[in-house]
Write a protein that binds this ligand. Structure first.
Ligand code: ME8
Length: 537
């Protein structure tokens, strides 16, 4: 059976993240996902796409209900209090979403109940008695393959709770064939190495519980026409993607931004997104998302982040600890720490080394020395670009001018599009290396001494122009730093936001533009900042 076709326009780009549980404030793993989505959204905006970036919080369920009880708060008081930690953190990390959805929002509650009614009317929901093992950490019933040998949840390492109760069930098994066909759609599951494990799950598909009695969980959306049941947290959570894009409430938005181009999620929740969510949409006869990207996990010092281990690092604490003026160093580090689909390991030493090497030394140095020389040799203005043929340095060496080509740019764009932010950054840093190499080989100070003024100007022009180009292509990852580079190159405030990807090749630096005096764009993260035991001296 053909799926309903996408009605979204070709320039629209819709990206969603997982919505986080609000049982605790966000840690660096949550930040990693939201930063990645923000990088992709900024990249797509540079490409001229009309981006809709949806994120938010998952506020119902047993986990939240239990946490609220330990704080002597009602669940609503607890979620209202905790959600601000998420919003504050995303503001600090410069994450520009278009909607922050909370599953307690009134429009969302209406969508979930409407969807429930649709599925009930289509005969996809039935009531039955059930005995199973529930893991509150996962907010799901576990199968045998989810358990360790000791019978504990393999993810949370705690024994699940045996439960016998009456639930409403969704006929997931009725969608087995269609799911198999859909999962095999090229490009739907990314990275593709995750597909076999999902196909294996489809082979062992069972109907899923989609409600729980209020005697077990009272903090949830009521099941229509059944006061004793609450809608299961995953059905509620997954539906955020259609509420957020306007389903039932904003037809124009929904027509433009559904289906989503990509649901960006962690590898641990792929099954819910790859199996339950498409099957529910099939049952409701709604268009299916175009892709799912399952990213890897961030560990801290090679250990899984866990509240019980006490190693949950809050992103704001990292900024404070290193006295960072903005979030760019953390954004840069997290996006380059590992290939995006794989796990990455956060360590403070690695963080310092990476930020110092790439941003403070390599990029900062190119900017600083070029501006200083332009101040000295070109009256602080962008010099004329006379030509870009090789020159012979005063040492007698041939110095090649290698400006960015359309192929270089396409390679960076390709890496961004594939969520390969590490590769994108590597390619961009190569461009910075080229600029530094040009200065190193051409030695403008030596050319100036012998009055080769035109050569001084063209070397400095090439270096400044490469900085302009780097500022545009690196801006999805380090937006504040790149805006500062633009300011130092003499552009008025707000200019970087108006650039497009095409401008990299087509809008060169105007000669005669007044440059700003050189100033550090980023302090070096000094070793002496951190003493033994990780404490600041
Ligand atoms: O799963 N590294 O919420 P959540 C990278 N509410 N990503 C991590 C991570 C880590 N160490 N720890 C968690 C939920 N994440 C549900 C989602 S979506 C309809 C409902 C990721 O707060 C995790 O993989 O446990 C998920 O994508 C997101 O953070 C929220 O996790």
């Amino acid at each position: 059976m053909p799926w309903p076709l996408s009605m979204s326009s070709s320039t629209a780009y819709t990206l969603t993240t997982a919505i986080d549980y609000v049982n605790a404030p966000p840690h660096v793993g949550h930040a990693f996902e939201k930063i990645a989505a923000d990088v992709m959204a900024r990249f797509m905006r540079l490409q001229g796409r009309e981006v809709f970036f949806l994120t938010g919080t998952d506020e119902h369920g047993m986990k939240v209900e239990k946490t609220a009880a330990t704080r002597n708060m009602t669940p609503k008081e607890h979620v209202d209090d905790t959600v601000r930690h998420f919003k504050d953190a995303w503001d600090l990390l410069n994450i520009h979403y278009d909607r922050f959805i909370r599953t307690t929002d009134a429009d969302h509650v209406a969508v979930v109940q409407h969807l429930w009614t649709l599925l009930k009317n289509s005969g996809d929901i039935y009531k039955a008695s059930y005995t199973g093992l529930y893991c509150t950490g996962c907010e799901t019933f576990l199968n045998e393959r989810d358990l360790t040998e000791a019978g504990h949840c393999a993810i949370h390492q705690v024994p699940p709770e045996p439960v016998t109760e009456e639930n409403w069930f969704f006929r997931l098994t009725a969608y087995k064939e269609r799911l198999l066909e859909f999962l095999n759609t090229p490009g739907f599951i990314q990275p593709a190495f995750r597909l076999p494990e999902l196909l294996n799950m489809v082979d062992n598909l069972q109907d899923i519980s989609v409600s729980r009695p209020i005697s077990s969980v009272s903090w949830g959306i009521p099941v229509p026409d059944d006061d004793n049941q609450r809608i299961y947290v995953w059905i509620d959570a997954l539906s955020n993607y259609i509420t957020g894009t306007g389903y039932l409430h904003n037809d124009a938005l929904f027509a433009k931004h559904w289906p989503a181009d990509c649901h960006l999620i962690g590898k641990d929740i792929l099954r819910f997104h790859a199996l339950y969510w498409p099957a529910m949409l099939m049952a409701a006869n709604l268009p299916l998302p175009k892709s799912l990207y399952a990213h890897g996990f961030i560990n801290v010092n090679d250990t899984k982040i866990s509240k019980s281990l006490g190693n949950t690092v809050a992103p704001q604490d990292i900024l404070k600890r290193f006295e960072l003026p903005n979030a760019d160093p953390l954004r840069y580090y997290l996006m380059t720490v590992s290939p995006f689909g794989q796990d990455g390991n956060f360590t403070e030493d690695d963080f310092k080394a990476k930020v110092n090497a790439d941003l403070a030394n390599n990029l900062g140095n190119l900017l600083n020395r070029t501006l200083t020389m332009a101040g000295k040799f070109c009256h602080g203005e962008v010099p004329a670009c006379t030509d870009t043929h090789d020159l012979i340095s005063e040492k007698g060496e041939a110095v090649p001018f290698r400006s960015i080509t359309a192929d270089d740019l396409a390679a960076v764009a390709d890496a961004y599009e594939q969520f390969q932010f590490q590769t994108a950054a590597e390619r961009i840093i190569e461009l910075v290396d080229r600029g530094n190499k040009l200065i190193h080989q051409a030695e403008p100070w030596a050319l100036a001494k012998v009055d080769r003024h035109a050569d001084v100007e063209r070397v400095l022009y090439a270096a400044l122009e490469s900085l302009r180009q780097v500022a545009i292509v690196l801006s999805p990852i380090t937006p504040t730093l790149c805006a500062e580079i633009f300011t130092q190159l003499g552009y008025p405030a707000g200019s970087l936001e108006k650039q497009s990807w095409a401008d990299v090749l087509t809008s060169p630096l105007p000669s005669g533009q007044t440059l700003h005096p050189a100033g550090p764009i980023l302090p070096r993260l000094e070793d002496e900042l951190v003493g033994a035991g990780g404490k600041k001296k």
